[in-house]
Design a protein around this ligand. Structure first.
Ligand code: PAF
Length: 301
């Protein structure tokens, strides 16, 4: 397998039958040769360190589209700290092997751009106003994060030009913000929400999980456990009691540090005080094991 990320060639880098492009021109050249006006083009944007969660998005995209593009790009503008960006897991060779192993399902085009290909000369985030969605939960603890996500997703959608783009519900707030972005920018793409893939223990799959020790990884299942119990309690327990129960549970836990727990209305993501029967609610958790940040959520009704 030969990968040359500095290649400016218009020729695709062929990894067996898989096409890997590093420049916008070469990607566009390939797409132009494959696309017809009626083609469905599925897009799965990722930051690499691919796991089963990503692979399930790719599988779904293959099922629903004639052409599938997977991007691998660690977006600098969505990280809040240089340390987090630096330690974010990267393994392009392994990622390509994983995608290659799915080639029997359909042809996959991989786009691995440089910063310059995505951002041009200025690696900056746009100051999007997502109507307050960006200020809840993750937004409180990772200021500017969703401006960075919005910026890169808009740029990637412009470059790839998909009819369908696939996002996991693990990052539920991100998903709602991207739906809002598409509405605001009138982008002609359908955002497809895909359910959370979990490890056998229940831990939500995440690229960050590989930084956990075996013991931590199995202990981290307590996060999903708390969400499942929240769901059980939801119909007959006051919300402040549930919130207190979760806080107490993690207060006693020497390994998991709870950052936030919220029960929120699904569309506005605003913290719920009372339950309106016609609305949908979700519980959201963010927690640390050492310096590894884990998030998860569950539909409550
Ligand atoms: O969910 C992710 O991996 C990233 O936030 C995304 C959507 C690929 C943008 O960098």
């Amino acid at each position: 397998m030969q990968i040359n990320c500095n290649s400016l060639s218009l020729q695709p880098i062929i990894v067996k039958s898989m096409k890997v492009f590093t420049t916008n021109q070469s990607l566009h050249f390939c797409l132009a040769s494959l696309k017809t006006p009626a083609s469905c083009l599925g897009f799965v944007p990722t930051m690499g360190a691919l796991h089963q969660g990503h692979l399930s998005l790719i599988k779904r995209a293959i099922k629903e589209n004639e052409i599938v593009v997977v991007s691998i790009f660690v977006n600098p503008t969505q990280f809040n700290s240089a340390g987090d960006l630096e330690t974010y897991p990267r393994n392009l060779k392994q990622d390509l092997k994983k995608i290659e192993s799915m080639e029997s399902l359909g042809e996959i085009i991989v786009y691995v751009p440089s910063e310059a290909a995505v951002y041009g000369n200025s690696v900056e985030k746009e100051a999007f106003d997502f109507g307050g969605l960006e200020l809840q939960m993750e937004g409180k603890f990772r200021p500017g994060h969703f401006q960075g996500v919005g910026t890169v997703v808009q740029k990637l959608l412009d470059i790839v030009g998909p009819t369908h783009a696939y996002f996991g519900e693990k990052d539920f707030q991100q998903l709602q913000i991207i739906k809002k972005l598409v509405k605001m920018t009138k982008a002609n793409v359908k955002i497809v929400a895909c359910s959370i893939e979990r490890e056998p223990s229940g831990l939500a799959m995440s690229s960050r999980n590989i930084r956990l020790t075996t013991g931590e990884r199995s202990h981290a299942s307590k996060i999903y456990e708390a969400l499942k119990i929240t769901k059980d309690k939801f119909s007959d327990t006051p919300l402040d009691e549930i919130t207190q129960w979760v806080a107490d549970k993690f207060e006693k836990d020497a390994i998991i540090n709870l950052e936030y727990f919220e029960i929120s209305e699904q569309l506005t993501l605003q913290s719920a005080n009372i339950i309106e029967p016609q609305k949908k609610y979700r519980a959201f958790i963010s927690a640390y094991i050492r310096n590894i940040r884990l998030i998860d959520n569950i539909a409550l009704n």
